[in-house]
Design a protein around this ligand. Sequence first.
Ligand code: SF4
Ligand code: SF4
Length: 353
Amino acid sequence: MTKVNPEFATELTKYGIGDFNACFNCGNCTATCSLSTSDSSFPREMIRYTTLGLEDEIRSSLKPWECYYCGECSKECPRQANPGELMMSLRRWLTAQYDWTGLSGLLYRSLTLTVTALLLVAAGVFLFARTVHFDAEALLHTGHRFEMLAIATVFLVIFIPNLFRMWYYTIVKNEVKAPVKRYLTTLSELFVQMFTQKRARDCDGKDNFRWLEHLVLVFAYLSLLFTTVFLNWFGTGSLFIIVLGYVESFLIFVITIHFVSGRIKRNKALNTFSQPSDWLFVIWLLLMGLTAFLVRLFIDLQILEANIWIHLIHLTLLAQWALIIVPFGKWTHFLYRSFGLYFVKIKTMQKPA
Ligand code: SF4
Ligand code: SF4
């Protein structure tokens, strides 16, 4: 029996969407959306489910992950019901549903809690730095070890269980019977979507620059992670690795500056409504790119010891990023969207009974 939650629409407002009740179900948004197909139609259906409080249907749906938030549907909506933002809010809500710790939901719903968590992490970094007497060598060493430990822990303790929950809600609960072989033969879809986000190119109005910017950012971010964690960027003497890290951190800085300015100017439909989680994501990425660049520059100029504050700021941002924004914030959308499109492919390969 279908379960109805009459409070669902109210609950969703805590994840960003404003008043969408003006929707009169005309279907303009679905007709406008270039990603919506006869087999997978959205966003109108999601608006109906939300209005009716069909929480279980939404939890087991992958459609919110098929939307790339171009904002065309919101522009064409005659009632300003903002279907693009509703899809974004559903993605935040789903992220909270997949997260077994419950922290995603708490942080999305409360800015006070988010700020408190960021301050606690900052205090932890400061106290640790005090115990090693702000020694540059010790801080560099610990920062490097922390990165490796944080990546492994977040994947094993948070992401893997959460991805199983997502799979359970969207595949098992929908009674999709897929043999293991199909998961393996479809794996290429996961990696192609994850690293190229190629589906975003079909999002109206074919904003290839936005897609390209995202692509460069993803590669710059992942390769800087690799360069700092596995090639020990802050500790290496290799000129190639040093220059590589400079280029990667510079690219991150430049692209995120452009993203932040777009959000400030609200120059596109997707920038019209920015939630704290959106700001946190771009600002922290920007600051991490900038401070990583400066730490390496100070090492090369041999002035890091006299300016240990820059490394302390970088470590603080890194810890906040690794412990809050990556496991419980907007970063997870990158992961869930890739798996969402992978699961869609697995579902569509199911032969009709
Ligand atoms: S959200 Fe707007 S465009 Fe979509 S069905 Fe409702 S009124 Fe029509
Ligand atoms: S924001 Fe773009 S991709 Fe998302 S539902 Fe609207 S038109 Fe489709």
